[in-house]
Design a protein around this ligand. Structure first.
Ligand code: ADP
Ligand code: MG
Length: 395
């Protein structure tokens, strides 16, 4: 899904208040009645002008309920709300190119006001489920209102919480910088996923490093759950002890945490083995490398839990904002729609064609023509990954 920030600069303070009111109303209403939007926004002059401005650019969509007409927030509207939060907190100044499209997320390069590049990950749970996994429709329909929004928030919160805990304990992961709604901002890793690497000088040592990362996670009570060549970025740095340019040091960086599980999870052994086997299989196929050592096995990993007096992160994250209840809800959802890491991360997501759920209002796809408002060319931030990045700060 695109992230078109162009309309941000045209929204008035009243429009933002109205958009926020629709978000607030969504907590209890699948379709937020127009009158309620007016009430929550507290805008004395009325909200109709703002409502039509927001609907026109697709941030809210008009829906007819059996009893009343109203609006709901679209993914675009939720994107804008979180970008606006980042803009106010000075976490994000401009948005650049999309660098990743996962099954349930979109990844963009963004920059702060000093032009330092960062990564914005937008969780988009629900889009495959609603469109392609028909069997789940009922289950999802009967969930609380706006379940896609709630689930995407949970995924972002979980990812942020785990990334922070891992980073604090010295794991090679991006630095988590900010979180809002269904999105997170993290440091940009200047590296390619292992999937894109055709050969490495010493597969045995990279393999050993990855297996020891899996075991170190176990020591802290965790299983990544999607430990594969897409979720390991390989940083290449020159070896300071060598003057040959081909002498590089490879450092694996682990990303993508919404599916992490505790080592005490009922299916822990399955997830653990799957993580190990993903790496084994990839090294065999890609680098023609097979380790002499069997395993590691789940039972061996369990012996490492808490070794050297380390803290169990599966336990401590519960205290730091991602509760057991949230974990259960997210897991039930992910299992239901088959996105617990088992699938091909590049499988069709089904959001490519026009969306019956999304565009009930009308096809107001026509955007304002590209005008001089696109400030990207003038900013220092518009460097390699920023492409035709557009600045979201306009005040
Ligand atoms: P998904 O849940 O959709 O698989 P990921 O977090 O794995 O999302 O990110 C998808 C892709 O985006 C990665 O394979 C990687 O290429 C890129 N990516 C994600 N985070 C970063 C980051 N912090 N730095 C650089 N690239 C990243
Ligand atoms: Mg991934």
């Amino acid at each position: 899904m695109r992230l078109d920030t162009k309309a941000m600069r045209y929204l008035t303070p009243e429009d933002w208040r109205t958009l926020t009111a629709v978000e607030t109303g969504s907590k209890n209403h699948e379709v937020v009645p127009t009158a309620l939007i007016g009430q929550i926004s507290g805008l004395r002059g009325g909200v109709h002008k703002s409502i039509s401005a927001l609907a026109k650019v697709g941030l809210i969509a008009r829906l007819k309920n059996a009893k009343y007409d109203g609006y709901r927030l679209t993914y675009g509207g939720l994107d804008y709300l979180s970008l606006n939060t980042y803009r106010k907190r000075k976490d994000v100044y401009s948005v650049g190119n999309q660098i990743g499209v996962g099954k349930e997320s979109d990844i963009f390069v963004v920059a702060d006001d000093k032009g330092v590049q960062r990564v914005l990950k937008i969780h988009r749970l629900g889009r495959i489920s609603f469109r392609t996994v028909k069997a789940n429709r009922d289950y999802l329909r009967h969930r609380s209102s706006g379940s896609w929004m709630y689930m995407s928030r949970l995924a972002a919160l979980k990812e942020y919480t785990f990334m922070a805990a891992l980073r604090e304990n010295g794991f090679p992961v991006p630095e988590p910088l900010a979180q809002s709604r269904h999105t997170i901002v993290m440091s940009l890793i200047d590296a390619f996923p292992m999937r894109q690497i055709s050969s490495v000088p010493d597969p045995a040592s990279l393999y050993a490093e990855l297996i020891s990362m899996i075991l170190r996670l176990a020591q802290y009570g965790l299983i990544h759950g999607d430990f594969n060549e897409f979720n390991i970025l390989i940083k290449e740095d020159p070896n300071p002890e060598s003057n040959k340019p081909e002498d590089i040091i490879l450092t694996p960086i682990l990303i993508d945490f919404p599916q992490m599980v505790s080592i005490d999870h009922v299916n822990a052994e399955y997830y653990f083995d799957r993580d190990v086997n993903c790496i084994k299989r990839f090294f065999e196929r890609r680098f023609r490398y097979t380790s002499d050592a069997k395993g590691p096995h789940y039972r061996d990993a369990r012996k490492l839990i808490g070794k050297d007096g380390v803290k169990r992160l599966d336990v401590s994250v519960e205290a730091s904002g991602f509760s057991k209840k949230m974990a259960k809800e997210l897991e039930a959802y992910m299992k239901e729609v088959g996105v617990d890491g088992d699938g091909d991360p590049h499988a069709a997501r089904g959001d490519e064609d026009s969306d019956e759920d999304e565009d009930e209002d009308e096809d107001d796809d026509e955007q304002q023509p590209d005008g001089p408002e696109d400030l990207a060319e003038d900013t220092e931030a518009a460097s390699k990954n920023m492409g035709n990045g557009s600045v979201i700060v306009d005040e």
